[in-house]
Ligand binder design. Structure first.
Ligand SMILES: NC(=O)c1ccc[n+]([C@@H]2O[C@H](COP(=O)([O-])OP(=O)(O)OC[C@H]3O[C@@H](n4cnc5c(N)ncnc54)[C@H](O)[C@@H]3O)[C@@H](O)[C@H]2O)c1
Length: 372
């Protein structure tokens, strides 16, 4: 494929990230097909026109069906709210397009399985927006684990916290609707789950407690009951036998983009925090006691694909750069190459873990994750 035609649905937080990534992927990596920004869809025709001009798309529409049916579109970025993912993705796959859908896959397991079935049937590339797995520092953690730098991991803790819903007067949005999912589990916990999946494999069993710090939120001059949970605390076991703790809170004052990882192994430990995404710390138990301590490694050209962005170590990549890397992986997969992504097969397993967590909360029990 020498040329790839792109369609973009949605132009909010993630829509803009996808648009920036599609514009940057070729100049950054200096390879791959020519990228043609073909069609953009938004809810309002004026907004769609304005954003298409801003991001460099040729056509715009207020009806995403027209974008999906456009023969000049080869791949569709789906960045609309969760409740629309299944309908949009399945239509795109049935129209023969590749798909880059934002996480989570969908609020219900039925929709998730239908999306996976549509991807299998279409035989097209279908991946999810799990950008954090693309961080060169996360890939370095993967290399450390593969070479046994901290031995066998027997315990891990991952916490994902932000404060955009910490204020009691933060307005009601689609994120608090049951139609968007369970709340912190779909919105947040899926990201740590993508990291766990990539670094350590699948989750075997879970038990969960979910909480709702505010029962209502302001809505159109009045208030509206919150329909899902902003906080989730999960204990789990991996298939490897390692024990783990996962906490997600989107109402955590002071936390801006925290994904704090602690991995404890038989021969050392690794820690990482997304708020300091250009560094990781490793403790090697083999060090002489007088020299033992965590050492900090800063991201640099030795950590692929950092060098594609800049030649200087310690200068740092940013969140949007992870989307550019994800876009490059998507293009590789579309070209039939090996890619480092969460595709719909892996994404379905993440959703199955999420639904087991929610069911464990309901039943106040430990449950095995059912992978079908
Ligand atoms: N990967 C990440 O790190 C990350 C971060 C934030 C959000 N997300 C995910 O991205 C998705 C969007 O979240 P967001 O924060 O960008 O939301 P947002 O509210 O900022 O943007 C959503 C956009 O979709 C548009 N939209 C809604 N319905 C549409 C329709 N029928 N047709 C066309 N456009 C439509 C809205 O007008 C809006 O511009 C969600 O699934 C969310 O979970 C992922």
């Amino acid at each position: 494929m020498d040329r790839v035609g792109v369609g973009l649905i949605g132009t909010g937080f993630m829509g803009k990230c996808h648009a920036l990534a599609w514009n940057a992927v070729r100049p950054v990596f200096q390879d791959g097909p020519e990228i043609r920004l073909v069609h953009l869809a938004e809810v309002d025709a004026g907004l769609a026109r304005e954003k298409a001009a801003m991001f460099g798309f040729e056509k715009s529409t207020d009806d995403w069906h027209r974008l999906v049916e456009d023969p000049e579109v080869d791949v569709v970025s789906v960045t609309a709210p969760n409740a629309f993912h299944a309908e949009m993705v399945i239509a795109a796959l049935e129209a023969g397009k590749h798909v880059w859908c934002e996480k989570p896959m969908a609020p219900t397991i039925g929709e998730t399985l239908a999306m996976r079935a549509a991807a299998r049937k279409a035989g097209k590339t279908a991946i999810l927006g799990y950008n954090y797995v693309q961080n060169p520092m996360i890939r370095q953690i993967g290399r450390f684990l593969a070479e046994g730098a901290i031995g066998e991991v027997n315990h891990l803790r991952i916490e994902m916290d932000e404060d955009f819903m910490a204020d009691a007067v933060a307005p009601f949005s689609w994120r608090s609707e049951a139609a968007s999912g369970y709340g912190a589990l779909d919105d947040f916990a899926v990201h740590p789950l993508s990291l766990i999946w990539m670094l350590l494999g699948r989750i075997r069993s879970v038990t969960t407690d979910m909480a709702k710090p505010y029962a209502e939120r302001p809505d159109r001059g009045g208030s509206r009951p919150v329909e899902n949970h902003d906080i989730a605390s999960v204990l789990f076991r991996l298939e490897s036998g390692a024990s783990g703790v996962l906490m997600a809170n989107r109402a955590a004052w002071g936390r801006k983009g925290r994904i704090a990882i602690q991995l404890y192994g038989t021969e050392g430990a690794i820690t990482y925090d997304q708020e300091r995404m250009n560094e990781l710390r490793i403790y090697r138990a083999a060090a002489a006691p007088a020299e033992a301590g965590f050492s900090t490694i800063l991201a640099g050209p030795a950590h692929e694909p950092y060098a594609k962005f800049q030649p200087a170590a310690g200068h740092g990549l940013g969140f949007n750069d992870l989307k550019v890397i994800e876009c490059r992986e998507l293009l590789a997969m579309m070209a039939g190459k090996q890619a480092h992504v969460i595709d719909f097969e892996r994404g379905t397993e993440i959703e199955q873990a999420v639904h087991a967590m929610a069911a464990a909360h309901e039943r106040r029990a430990w449950l095995d994750v059912e992978y079908v």
